[in-house]
Design a protein around this ligand. Sequence first.
Ligand SMILES: [Fe+2]
Length: 301
Amino acid sequence: MKRQAKGQIHERITAIPNAWYPAYMVRGDAKNLMIDAGVNLLGPRYLTSIKDILGDPERLHYLFLTHSHYDHVGAAHYLKRHIPGLAIGAHERLALLLQKTSVLDMINRLSGNHVELLKYNTAGEDLTLHPFEINICLKQGDAFDLGGLTCRVYETPGHTRDSLSFYFPEIKTLFAGEACGVLQGETGSEMQVEFLSSYDDYIESLKLMMALEPETICLGHAWVLTHEDAKEFLQRALAETYRYRELIEKYLNAAGGHIEKAIEDMGHVEYDIKGGIYQERVSYMTNLSAQVKHIAGLKKN
Ligand SMILES: [Fe+2]
């Protein structure tokens, strides 16, 4: 089954508050964990949802971040400000990246493009992402006992170098951020392949996730897949990644190896003509550019 990443997903999991930028609340018997912190402009909405679900927001013990992109870390500082006891966990590369003024500036600039989300800041709070501390540097093999649920940490690079996935064996549920791609289009029928830092790592990460045999996959954007759809999704993600590389190579060949022309042609056909991609064009083109350059580099070697 495929369903929107919104509301109650499982008796222990709730997706809040916006399906396209979901944060997932995971409730253990003893501790509670939130996965990802979306876009900074949604900070007040995340906090309201946390209060609705947990009563006292101080009952949120952990916030784990899947990767360093602006639409996954945006409200982390805001939440920490409102929940001082919150322990934020992420890959150590993310901890280093977010020390950089240039990275924070970019995150705040990209978030600022989401004027449609400004209306949620009814109290006129400062929602800027300021530097914040990563309290727990997460790495492969770490495990957190929430009481009846264990959060196992997997390093799944390829989308970014700091991509982490979280797997809960008791409920066979995987939170993969964008390490396995996302589904685009109104009905989520289009697979978007998301390798940015490394094609080879992305493939290896997909294989790692397949070996876990999750029965539920909570994607970084928009959709949650269960049972046969979860299994099929990872198989399809792998097949689509191979196919996507071939497609990029086709554009590179057609452009006679001229990388900028290949990026432009591919963006025009895949985004403008075929359509169905919800991502902002500027973000799509930034990612596409990284992917085409990466594949061109692999071809050369
Ligand atoms: Fe991302």
